[in-house]
Design a protein around this ligand. Sequence first.
Ligand code: MTE
Length: 324
Amino acid sequence: MVVHRRRGWEIAEREATPEAAFWNRRAVMAGGAALLAATPALAQRVVPPVGPAQTGPTVAHPFPLNQAFVDPGRPLTGEDIATTYNNFYEFGSHKQISRAAQRLTIQPWEVVIDGMVEAPLKLDAADLERRLPREERVLRFRCVEAWAMTVPFSGYPLAALVALAKPTSGAKYVRMETFQRPSEAPGHRQFWYPWPYVEGLTMAEATNELTFIATGAYGKPIPRQMGAPLRLVTPWKYGFKSIKSIVKFTFTDQRPKTFWEVAGPTEYGFWANVNPQVPHPRWSQATERLLGNDERVPTRLFNGYGEWVAGLYQDMPSAERLFM
Ligand code: MTE
C-alpha cells in the first residue's frame, strides 16, 4: 500500500505544479504507485532497475519513482530553463554555458574509485550505472546566489556507490573530482581557479538517503551543461556542493579542500548547508527566487530537507560554519 506522508514543507495541491508543467505529476505518481504495487522491493526505497539495463541515449526512462521524493511542494522548473541557466565554470563564469559545454566528450567516461577501499575500481560510467539501483526523484535545488529550481532527476543513491566501493573502516570522507581537459573546457585555462573542481562529503552525508548521483534529468540522460554523465545532487546544501561530471571518488580520512573553499575561503566553506539565518557576504539567504516565474519565497533550513539530514549535525560545534 502506498502511504504518502505529508511533509512540513508541502503546500496544498492547488498551489503546486501547474498543468502546463513539463512533468505531469499525477501520471508520475500513478506510475510510481503501479510500480510499487507490482514490485515489493520498491517499498524499501532501494529500487532495482526495471527492464533491461541500457545506457547512453537509449536509457529507458523513467525509472521507478522514489516515493519519498515525489512531491517537491512547488512548481517544476521548465526543462528549457534548467538546461540554459547553469553554473559550470569549466565552460565560463556566467550562466549561458550550455552551448560551450557540448564540446565535452562523455563517451567513454572512466570513473575511478580509490583511496581507503578494499580494492580500487576503474570502470566506465555506463557500467557503473548498470550496476546500481536507478530511480527517479523530484528535488528542490538551491544556489547560494539565491535562485532555486525544482528538477526531476534520475540516477542512483550515492550510498549504493559507496556500498559497491567497500570503503575500509578508517574512511571518514568521500572526495569527488571533476574532469580536467583544457582542450574541451576553456575555463581550465583560467589559471586563477584551483582546478580541478573538487567537492567532499562526510561518510554520514554520503550515505544519507537524500544524497543522489544524477545521470538523468527530465526523463532523459542528463545533458552536459548539467553535469553529464554523472553529477552529485545534495539538495539540502547550496548548489556548489553538487559537483558535476565526476571522474573520481576517493575515500579518505582527511577532510577534502573543496574548489570554492580554496578559491574564496572567506565566502565558502566545507559544509554549505542551506540556512536562511546565515547570510553569505554577498547574498542574503532569507529568500530565494524560483527560476521560471521569478516568485520570491522564504528559504527553509536545510532547504526543507531537515527531516532527512538535521540529525547529521545536531552534535556538531560551531553551528555558524555549518552554513557556509
Ligand atoms: N561542478 C563543476 N564541476 N563545476 C562548476 O562550476 N558549479 C556548481 C555546481 N557544480 C559547478 C559544479 C554550482 S555553483 C552550482 S549552483 C550548480 O553546479 C549548478 O547546477 P546546474 O547548472 O545544473 O543548475
